[in-house]
Design a protein around this ligand. Structure first.
Ligand code: PYC
Length: 414
């Protein structure tokens, strides 16, 4: 790696600055695969369809701009310390893909392995951390329960005093926990897909889906109708709305999830810190900003507005963990929309409509799943058979009493 970098730096041939191709002036009359949603998941699916399966007659339709939805509205945390074996195996593959993503996509995705501490403030929380650690270890995922001394070593900035509303009793430590540059991930997938022939159409809204004999035959957009072989929806925050066009009802409730960043300061916080009881999480970005979030809004709503109430509650809890943050000013605040399923696991794969595929129900976990979603959805679409890693996430699990309870792995309060 070092020699390759040196050779590149001293050499004369440098890769030209990469720009995304503009949206083609017209849509083709027909595509083998139409991807609804030009966020990270849709772009990654298109990329792996082209790269791994040679399916390149693909259109990605994005009603807004590229990766401007939840891909731009998250806190870019990557981890695989989940609770169910299905969840752990799935996100672990994502961690593995993230580790080599910069090389694979030829863009610096700024994946930075920091370690991830989920703090436990109660005996019940300690029990859940032990449970998660055991499931993780049985699947060879690096997680362990640590006590206050080790927490102090890993994160000296934390206030570990005992005379508090929520004293810290221990934590689940997950060394592979990372952060990344979310835009670069989306741009990398978009560039990789378009270099292989995929068309990315921004400003292209899907208005209806034509269904005949249980199959989608056409996609009607604000720029005209297209015929399609297969269609996949990857529209976090709008999953129910788009699924309804295909005649599907999803067990999803959509709630806003807000977050904010501070002004940039020198690097002081290395690990990612989560407190389930206080409902807060924080990391420090490469730019020096503290990236902070809290609980989802307590009501279902399609809105990405920011509220003062959220900030007020978040800061009160954050200061309990990190009193020094009292000196940091908040720079920016935003909201995304979390499509919550009853069991907190996603809904992925085949649907009752023969050639319609779904990638939804990400709740607050969409960013970390981006590469593995692309990989597994592409294989599922190409072969018509669910990838083994997403078999458990089938839509029909709700009618088979085969839910996958993942709530205990949430970093975000609900
Ligand atoms: O589950 O790691 C997480 C997370 C952090 C922010 C939103 N979700």
């Amino acid at each position: 790696m070092v020699f390759a970098l040196l050779r590149y730096g001293l050499g004369r041939r440098h890769t030209p600055f990469r720009v995304l191709p503009p949206t083609p002036a017209t849509l083709k009359p027909s595509y083998d695969v139409v991807v609804i949603g030009g966020g990270g998941h849709g772009l990654a699916t298109a990329y792996y369809l082209a790269k791994d399966h040679g399916i390149t007659n693909v259109a990605v339709l994005e009603r807004g701009w590229l990766a401007g939805g939840n891909t731009a509205r998250n806190t870019a945390i990557i981890r695989s310390n989940y609770l169910t074996p299905e969840g752990v195996a799935f996100y672990d593959e994502s961690v593995r893909l993230y580790r080599r993503l910069s090389n694979d996509l030829g863009i610096n995705t700024m994946v930075s392995e920091r370690g991830h501490l989920t703090l436990a403030h109660t005996d019940a929380a300690m029990r859940t951390m032990r449970w998660r650690a055991e499931v993780n270890k049985s699947l060879k995922v690096d997680s362990e329960v640590v006590g206050p001394d080790e927490i102090a070593r890993l994160c000296p900035e934390l206030d570990l005093s005992r005379d508090k509303r929520y004293p810290i009793l221990g934590a689940l430590y997950h060394a592979p926990g990372s952060i990344a540059r979310h835009d670069a991930v989306a741009w990398g997938y978009a560039m990789g897909a378009s270099q292989r022939g995929v068309e990315i159409h921004q400003g292209t809204e899907v208005q209806s889906l034509e269904i005949e004999n249980g199959r989608i035959t056409g996609v009607v957009t604000n720029r005209g109708r297209i015929a399609c072989g297969r269609v996949v929806q990857a529209v976090a925050g709008r999953s129910s709305e788009v699924a309804r066009m295909a005649g599907l009802t999803l067990p999803i409730r959509t709630v806003p999830l807000q977050a904010c960043v501070s002004e940039p300061v020198k690097p002081v916080l290395d690990p990612i810190i989560v407190s389930g009881s206080l409902h807060v999480y924080i990391s420090q970005s490469a730019r020096g900003e503290f990236v902070m979030g809290g609980a989802t809004d307590p009501y279902a709503l399609y809105s990405s507005r920011s509220t003062f109430e959220f900030k007020e509650v978040l800061m009160a809890d954050m200061l309990e963990l990190f009193p020094f943050l009292g000196h940091a000013r908040v720079l920016r605040q935003w909201a995304g929309m979390a499509d919550m399923t009853p069991d907190f696991s996603p809904v992925m794969g085949l649907t009752p409509v023969q050639n319609y595929f779904i990638d939804s129900g990400w709740g607050t976990w969409g960013f970390k799943a981006t590469p593995v979603c692309g990989l597994t959805m592409a294989q599922t679409i190409a072969t018509g058979t669910p990838h083994p890693l997403i078999e458990g996430f089938r839509l029909d699990r709700f009618s088979r009493f085969a839910q996958l309870g993942e709530r205990g792995a949430a970093s975000v309060g609900h």
